[in-house]
Structures are given as structure tokens and as C-alpha cells.
Ligand binder design. Sequence first.
Ligand code: GDP
Ligand code: MG
Length: 464
Amino acid sequence: MTVTIVGSQLGDEGKGGIVDVYGDAADVVVRYQGGDNAGHTVVDGDEEYKLSLVPSGAIRGKIGVLGNGCVVNPETLFDELDALRERGIEPDVRVAARAHVIFPYHRVLDGIEEDAKSEEGDLEAATTGRGIGPTYEDKAGRRGVRVGDLLDPETLRARLEYVVPQKRALAADVFGIETDEAFEVEPLFEQYREYGRRLEAEGMVVNVGSFLDDAIDGGQNVMLEGAQGTSIDIDHGIYPYVTSSNPTAGGACTGTGLGPTTVGQGEVIGIVKAYLSRVGTGPLPTELAGVEGHTPGYEASESPDLSADIDQPQSEEELAHYIREEGGEYGTVTGRARRVGWLDMPMLRHAARASGFTGIVVNHVDTLAGLDEIRVGHSYTLDGDELLSMPPTTERWGECAVNYRTFEGWDEQDWAAVADEGYDALPETARTYLEYVSDELDVPIYAVGVGPGREETIVCERPF
Ligand code: GDP
Ligand code: MG
């Protein structure tokens, strides 16, 4: 069977940790979209692994697969594999022949477009500058290079001879930058042929749909791992502040070659963070205070003493700071401070429908501990109407006024002990909060995250 893991919000909900917990029972772990911007963190005892491309299951001796819906930077892939090997792990990673390849010109162009967008005023999607968006553009523009092409010198050369002059002209004539080897066929050909040889020598390239189908037929458990989250899905997210692929469960089909009936026979689990965090600009109705340079129109008005340990935050700025510090809300890949806000139920209802969640995991319940009160955006008011789900344009979303519900907070606990004892050991107020979320979405709670460690997860249901 399959289990699909989907981010319910804006990414960084703690998917990596849950893939890791449930991945114990999986034989194969597949990423179905995204590139080396995923920023998964896996903690194993004292060891912490930060991975941006290699599926986190590969740390546990599973077969890790990058599906055709992914875009692959072979340099990152081999760097991560080499680094894991140096730490004594022998990852078995396969890559879809149909996955698209990131080239140096994609990375250069990624940076340029972001700069142009921020000069035009606030349109940047907060990309990580890794060339992911431009690679997906080339995929849709039918000028991409696929992993399978790296194994075939003639095709690789032909593709590069077609696309590279276009990229050079774009960089030089449109953006006026001086181009270097990143825009020349010959060095690119040599470098990427070498990657192709290594992929081939290590037997990494697969026809991913049939590879997975065989695994399922053979009785193996397959976990499908989404990157990022529903609200930055290119179709269902807050366009244009989105990623270039589909983190929602439909992406698990198109990004692997398994049909919806196969994926739909399994479980689809939404990963929820108990509050919100996000990088980049654009609206965020339940945002607490803001982050200068990211929150539209926000300037820090007061200067709260944020260096001191806050006992009970009073202002929104103090609350935001408290949650950011407790939750470690700084980007895994970029280190950027994330914007934070209260849980947004219309966002979650939208996510639960778009992916058809069969269960949810709520993470970071420990992060909110110590607050007297916890708020949740229950619904929006827009033009005098109450909305329970998100409006389809981002501009209208930004106009939504939030109707909050207030919950009683819970104290710090010995979370490892709570996790050990199980769900009923959670403070009653935390259970009230969790059950509200579960009831509103009409989806059961499969697990609760009460800390970053593997053992700090309360597991209620095991999907495999
Ligand atoms: P992903 O992108 O969804 O896989 O999430 P990330 O790994 O980028 O970000 C999640 C961060 O929160 C990581 O540093 C995790 O170790 C941490 N984390 C995950 N779940 C919990 C939790 O329940 N409590 C706390 N305190 N941290 C968590
Ligand atoms: Mg992340």
C-alpha cells in the first residue's frame, strides 16, 4: 500500500520528522515534487541530518526515490550522498529517468528574476535561488533536460545546443548580465555527462512508475513524501507566492506514475503545524505582528526588549518573537527568520479537501506551551460574509478579516514522557485544541508532535 504525506500549510510543518517516524514500516520512500529546496530535518538521537534533496527515509536504510515530478540538481544529490557516506550511512537512492535536471543557468536566472520581482514591488515567491522555478519553466516549455538524457550523450548534446543559446541570450540581452561557463554548451556537456556516467555506474536511474508498481505488487510499503505545503501549491496555493509544482496529493500521482486509484487506496496524511510560519512576502491574515521587509507595509512600531526572556508575551511582537524562538522558526536552508501567525482553519479546510486527507498529524504542540491563551483563525469575514475556506485569489485572501477563537493554553511538560505515555497524557487544554482541529476537518488525528526528536511524537495511528 501507499501512504502519502502532504504539507497542509506553507511548508516546514515537520513533514520530515513524520516521514521518519512512519517510514519505519516503509520499504520505499519517494519524493514526488520539488527540488533541493525541501529542507528536511531528521533528528536521530544526537545526530541531526539536514537534507535538501535526498529523501529522509534513506537515512534509515530505505530505498529513497526521486520521482519524475522532482527537479534534480545532480551536484547537490552527489554532495548529500557523499556526506551521508562519510557519516557511515549507505543510502540507496534512485532517480526517475523522467525527472528534470537543474543546470547552473537555472540557478543564475532564478536569482535575477527574484531581484526583478522585488523591484517591481513585492512579488517575489521567496525562492531559495536554487534554479527550481526556472527548471520547471523549461519542463513546461518543452526545452528541459531530463535525467535519462544525461545517460545518452547525443541527446544531451542536442538538447543543450538547443536551449543554452536561448538562456545566454535571455541573460545577456534581457537581463544584461555577463555570462560565463554556466551558459556554454561544452563545459555543461562535460560536467553533466560525468553526472550521467556516475548515475549509470551506480544504477540509480529508474523508470519510476513501474519501479514503484513492482514494489507494491511485491507487497512492499511505499511512502510518498511531498515537499513544501498546500498553500504554496502552484494550482491550489496563494499564487504567485507559490512553488512551481504540486505538493497536494494529486502531485503524488503525476509525480510518480502511480494512478489516483492506487494512491487513493492508501492513506493521505496532512501534516499540520499548530500555528503558522512562512517565509517571503504576501498576505497572511492570521499573522502576528510581522517581519520587516517581508510583511507588506509592516514597520516595527515599538521596540520590545526581545533579547530578554519573555515570561508571558503581551504584545503581538512579543508573541511572534516567543513562538519564533520556541519553534526555531528560521529557514532550514536559508536561515531566514520566518513570519509567524495563529493557526488558520480556512487554510486547513482547503488543504483537507484538495488532498482528501484521511488523517492529520499536528506538530509543534510543545512550541505553544507556556502561553496563557492560544488563538485560532476559525473563519474569515469577506464583504460581510463568513467564509470557512480560502477565497481563490490571493488578493481577496489578503482582504479577509479573521474571526478568532480563543483556547486556554497549556504548560511546559516533560514532553518525552508525555510522548511515551500517549495521547491521554497531554494536558487537557491541548487535547481540547487538537480535537477542535480534528472535528472541524472531520479527519482523525494520527499523531501529535511534542518536540523535534523522533521519540517526541505521540503516535495514535500507524498507517502501514
Ligand atoms: P518539513 O519541511 O515539513 O520537513 O519541516 P522542517 O524539517 O523544515 O521544519 C520543521 C522543524 O521543526 C525542524 O527543525 C523539526 O525538527 C522541528 N519540528 C518538527 N516537529 C516538531 C515538534 O512537534 N515540536 C518541535 N519543537 N519541533 C518540531
Ligand atoms: Mg522544510
